[in-house]
Ligand binder design. Structure first.
Ligand SMILES: [Zn+2]
Ligand SMILES: [Zn+2]
Length: 381
């Protein structure tokens, strides 16, 4: 069905578009819409909550050789000849996503994807947003979190979602920075039915305290409590441990022991990649067995997704990037460390609520998770 391109004559041209002409969402790509490229893109958009039955994909260049390189002027001429008339034929478009600079240039006339990504433009009354191309992400995986954040912004715009999960309220938070607040945390733990827990660490492995100076920097949790009057609620807390700015830096192992006594009675323990946290907590007199590991549940439900807490929370809960990526936690303000430690547990808890529903919808996987995956992890600790 292809014919020679009548603008540059150096490739044959074809449509390569897929999706219904009634679609309200259009994705303009820099590749033909098939194969692994397309599978990965659809998976990402679906995970972010986009209704894929309503999406039309179309490559910016209609040619069989996508390695052909065109000048900006040639690109615009190609778009005027093929892409723009094609989009004009679609009558229900409300949102257009441009992947890569060629797509951005062809639709908006603007060049500079790193400058314009994530910003809103307009085309024929539709909202236009753009991000870097998936091929650029493949070449440079460090770009992935920013790329996913842009996709999330777009999907939220399509779905009319302004913002994601709210942070815990100040009234829900206890910072264990003196004796009184520590006692308060212990009372919360005595009322806790379910806990989502996370530790921050420094220097090496849990068994390398003497050789490497490895230590726990802080610990935090989101607790589902039930008061004596039967009221349920969420309380979050964080305690500084060996951090340079911690009041407990010379007594943090004792603090772990005290907390450990009150935590050990809790039946439901959630964590993300909990075997890591458990090994550390065991080492410091807090013997806990994770009963729901969100990372393992995610891997079981879909082995192809990014399993890290950050990409998962950004995609599932529509929250912005947070936390400290690299380096020595001691060089950050202790209150920042505690806040990120808290968010890790807050997001883990809310992702867990989603995963419970997703597993319920797949009873076979649910059974595997409860009877095989989680017990196997407990054996490894
Ligand atoms: Zn051409
Ligand atoms: Zn953490």
């Amino acid at each position: 069905m292809s014919e020679d391109c009548d603008i540059c004559f150096n490739h044959s041209q074809n449509s390569f578009s897929i999706g219904p002409h009634s679609a309200s969402v259009v994705v303009v790509t820099n590749r033909k819409s098939s194969g692994r490229f397309q599978d990965a893109l659809e998976l990402q958009l679906k995970e972010l909550g986009l209704d894929l039955s309503n999406v039309y994909y179309t490559p910016v260049i209609k040619c069989s050789d996508f390695n052909v390189s065109l000048s900006n002027r040639q690109l615009k001429e190609h778009a005027a000849e093929h892409l723009i008339p094609e989009l004009n034929r679609l009558k229900n478009v409300t949102h257009i996503l441009c992947l890569g600079n060629e797509a951005l240039l062809s639709i908006t006339g603007k060049s500079g994807i790193t400058k314009y990504r994530g910003k809103e433009f307009e085309f024929n009354g539709a909202v236009v947003m753009s991000t870097i191309s998936p091929s650029a992400v493949n070449r440079n995986p460090g770009q992935k979190p920013g790329y996913l954040a842009d996709l999330r912004l777009f999907v939220n715009n399509v779905n009319g979602v302004d913002q994601g999960l709210a942070d815990p309220k100040p009234s829900q938070i206890i910072y264990g920075v003196d004796k009184e607040s520590l006692q308060k945390i212990c009372r919360v733990l005595d009322m806790t039915e379910e806990i989502s827990i996370d530790v921050e660490t420094k220097k090496g492995e849990y068994y390398q305290k003497d050789t490497m100076g490895s230590a726990l920097v802080s610990i935090a949790a989101t607790c589902v409590i039930r008061t004596p009057e039967g009221k349920r609620g969420l309380v979050v807390w964080a305690v500084p441990l060996s951090h340079r700015g911690s009041v407990w830096r010379n007594a943090w192992e004792k603090v772990m022991r005290i907390l450990g006594k009150h935590i050990s009675g809790i039946k439901e323990i959630d964590a993300h990649n909990g075997s890591y946290d458990c090994k550390w907590m065991f080492q410091y007199d807090m013997p806990l067995m994770v009963t729901f590991d969100t990372m393992l549940a995610i891997a079981l439900l879909n082995e192809n997704v990014q399993k890290g807490l950050k990409p998962q929370a950004m995609a599932r809960l529509a929250v912005p990037a947070w936390g400290i990526d690299t380096g020595d936690l001691d060089s950050y303000d202790i209150m920042d460390v505690l806040w990120y430690n808290i968010l890790d547990t807050w997001y883990t808890y809310h992702i867990k609520l989603q995963l419970v529903k997703e597993l319920k919808a797949q009873p076979r996987l649910d059974k595997i998770f409860r009877t095989l995956t989680m017990p196997a992890q407990a054996d490894l600790i």
